[in-house]
Design a binder for this molecule. Structure first.
Ligand code: G6P
Length: 369
């Protein structure tokens, strides 16, 4: 078993650390011409579907649902297609209003989640086109879908999803760009800019993983905390949800992810020196806005751990602890910013003596309702 873990003490750490390689596998053959173009079979074979699409509904559960929320923003920004994201369990028992011109994208690491499978069966009944984004080759969802794209990150053993999340977001980015290019909503120059940035991800993820020691140190301070708040905006609002989920799943510390501006409608009431806030705040469109959210936390005595771009002087001065990540285009930022959050959850859970690979009450894939 030690061999299978590649020398790491746990599958989760191995899977976090191997992300430079898994993202390389995920983009292999799909980004070409020196990183300037994107090709996905599923889009190429079904161009008409994407040209005539009325709306996209993404169905998923758990971590895959968080990746889907990022995908929504990508499709709306880059391909100008209206998107809704649904928990598969809710969608399957609701009024779907799907039409044959809708595309349902099912995102699932295992490809076996019962609710997601049921949601795509329902999609088929209404004549909608189904696109699968799975990791496990030949899984039920990949077989039921009309077409799709594998994330190709290799087997994920740790119950808490890490490399599958970054793979899903990478595939959703390639998909949104390819579809946007097809529909003429983004220029060739923009395609090339994002494709190049995606090609550079393996190297930048490698750099980000150098934070491991710093995060291990930081985890000492936060092991005995009972509640955490995670805040982000825009593309990194779902990153905040995912960071909080990782911590809950493996350390059993209560954590809530929130869109930073919504804090004033509730969670701000909880802030005191005993509840640290992790803020995901790269220098994107919403940078100024999130600085004021950090100030609101500080003004109430809250401790702030900020995930920021290198050389962000403004936030380094106000945050209690900073984790610096390389800068990338906004839409792919979660692929980098989620990594320190994976490591933070891991190290806190280890310090608490938790079984990170097999947390209590959780299953790797939920094949029953
Ligand atoms: C379980 C796993 C999660 C996963 C979710 C959805 O809860 O523990 O890690 O995100 O199922 O699984 P799927 O295989 O459909 O992505």
């Amino acid at each position: 078993a030690q061999l299978e873990k590649g020398g790491y003490p746990h599958f989760m750490l191995k899977e976090i650390m191997e992300q430079p390689a898994t993202i390389r596998d995920c983009i292999r053959g799909r980004i070409y011409d020196n990183g300037t173009k994107i090709f996905l079979n599923g889009v190429n074979h079904f161009k008409e579907k994407f040209l005539n699409v009325n709306r996209i509904v993404i169905v998923a559960c758990g971590t895959s649902w968080h990746a889907s929320l990022i995908g929504k923003r990508m499709f709306q920004e880059l391909a100008h297609i209206p998107v809704t994201v649904e928990y598969a369990s809710e969608f399957r028992y609701g009024t779907s209003l799907l039409t044959p011109n809708d595309i349902v994208i099912a995102v699932s690491q295992s490809g076996e989640t019962a609710d997601t499978l049921a949601a795509i069966k329902m999609a088929h009944e209404s004549g909608a086109f189904v696109y699968g984004i799975c990791n496990v080759i030949g899984s039920s969802i990949s077989r039921e879908a009309d077409t799709g794209t594998y994330i190709h990150v290799g087997p994920e053993i740790g119950v808490a999803s890490t490399k599958a999340f970054t793979g899903q977001v990478t595939v959703l980015a390639m998909l949104a760009v390819a579809v946007g290019n097809l529909r003429g909503t983004i220029s060739d120059a923009e395609v090339s800019q994002i494709a190049t940035a995606i090609s550079n991800l393996p190297e930048l993820i490698g750099k980000t993983l150098n934070l491991n020691e710093k995060i291990e140190d930081l985890s000492k301070i936060y092991t005995y905390v009972h509640n955490f708040l995670y805040l982000g905006r825009g593309y990194n609002y779902p990153t905040a949800l995912e960071g909080a989920l990782k911590l809950k799943e493996i350390s059993y510390i209560h954590a809530e992810g929130y869109p930073a501006a919504e804090m004033k409608h509730g969670p701000i009431a909880l802030i005191d020196e005993m509840m640290p806030t992790v803020v995901i705040a790269p220098q994107d469109d919403l940078h100024d806005k999130i600085i004021s959210n950090i100030q609101q936390v500080k003004a109430r005595g809250g401790k702030v751990i900020a995930v920021i771009n290198e050389n962000d002087r403004e936030i380094s001065q106000i945050a209690d602890d900073i984790l610096e990540i390389p800068s990338v285009p906004d839409c792919i930022s979660p692929i980098i910013s989620s990594i320190p959050l994976q490591l933070l959850a891991y190290h806190i859970a280890i310090r608490k003596g938790c079984n990170v690979d097999m947390p209590r009450n959780l299953a790797k894939s939920v094949t029953v309702e």
